[in-house]
Design a protein around this ligand. Structure first.
Ligand code: OGA
Ligand code: NI
Length: 320
């Protein structure tokens, strides 16, 4: 309970006033010690957020709920007798904004819903880039450094996962989403303001990310841990299922472009870095099979790949 009170809630509008320094310090502390923080007064219009919430809930009822129930039946989850550890109790669909939008390829969205998501995506992209610059400032990196790293040759990847976590008759038997860290860069989450469920692991305890109306929850993915050489943390989180209520969550992932070269920033590396350097897409290939495993072996595997690549002669010698 006490933990929740300390959960970092940051009033972004204070960056424009005399509390700027304190606010920057709160962001830095959250990035180092929580890997998460919750933004209020972030500048996103509340009526846009309300419309998106309404349309996401309507869309679930109209186009997703039936499919979710069929999935439960086909996987034998309608009767939960024992703990299930290889499936998540969630109903999701994805939209990509960057490098190319696929908004018009997604079935069953009303035009109003598409336009609202387009507007929301653009505003979140701008917010993500502003936040990256705040991180740069706190890290002593030049303005634009992180954005440039994420750019690669084709610009960042930016996508939104729209989820509903429907009520579950036996919450102790299955998670809404199993514990994991996020692979990418910065995650911006618009979560239900009534139904809770998201928890992060802090000092060995699970801490609730408190629902707060019109807030945007931010968390850092594995790439920011690598680039900051471990100064900032990608933190394990999960979603619990609930007996009552349907939890909406809209998570937008601002990630590096597929060919972006990721490595610890030189100015943040002392004698030696424990983090690898790699091309982002190679990390994603590894992550795809290991999402619900700890991040450390992923970093190790990328280090080993890097060492193997270093051993390879540039011009291959013919061996046949
Ligand atoms: C994720 C995630 C949290 C949520 O999709 O990676 O952690 O509340 N989602 O949906
Ligand atoms: Ni996540």
């Amino acid at each position: 309970m006490e933990m929740n009170i300390k959960f970092p809630v940051i009033d972004l509008s204070k960056l424009n006033g005399e509390e700027r320094d304190q606010t920057m310090a709160l962001i830095d502390d959250a990035c180092q010690n929580w890997g998460f923080f919750e933004l209020v007064n972030h500048g996103l219009p509340y009526d846009l957020m309300d419309n998106i919430e309404r349309m996401t809930k309507e869309h679930y009822k109209k186009h997703m709920e039936q499919k979710f129930k069929e999935m439960l039946r086909s996987k034998g989850l309608d009767t939960l007798e024992t703990e299930v550890e290889d499936v998540d109790w969630e109903s999701t669909f994805y939209l990509r904004h960057l490098p190319q939008s696929n908004l018009y390829d997604i079935p069953d969205m009303s035009n109003e819903y598409r336009l609202a998501m387009k507007d929301f995506g653009k505003r979140l992209e701008i917010l993500a880039e502003e936040l990256l610059d705040l991180l740069c400032e706190n890290l002593g990196l030049e303005k634009g450094y992180l954005k440039k790293v994420f750019h690669g040759t084709t610009g960042p990847t930016f996508a939104t996962k729209l989820s509903n976590y429907p009520p579950c008759p036996k919450p102790e038997m299955i998670k809404g989403l199993r514990a994991h860290t996020d692979a990418g860069g910065l995650i911006l989450l618009f979560q239900d303001d009534k139904v809770s469920g998201l928890q992060l692991l802090k000092d060995g305890d699970w801490v609730d990310v408190p629902p707060l109306k019109h807030s945007i929850v931010i968390n850092l993915g594995d790439q920011l841990e690598v680039i900051t050489n471990g100064k900032y943390k990608s933190v394990v989180h999960r979603v619990m299922t609930q007996k009552e209520g349907n939890r909406m969550s809209i998570a937008s992932f601002y990630n590096p472009g597929s060919d972006a070269e990721i490595s610890p920033a030189t100015s943040l590396v002392g004698k030696d870095s424990k983090y690898p350097s790699f091309v982002f897409d190679d990390y994603m290939k590894l992550y795809a099979g290991l999402k619900f495993q700890p991040k450390e072996p992923r970093f190790e595997a990328m280090k080993n790949a890097e060492a193997a690549a270093d051993l390879n002669p540039v011009a291959a010698v013919e061996t046949f």
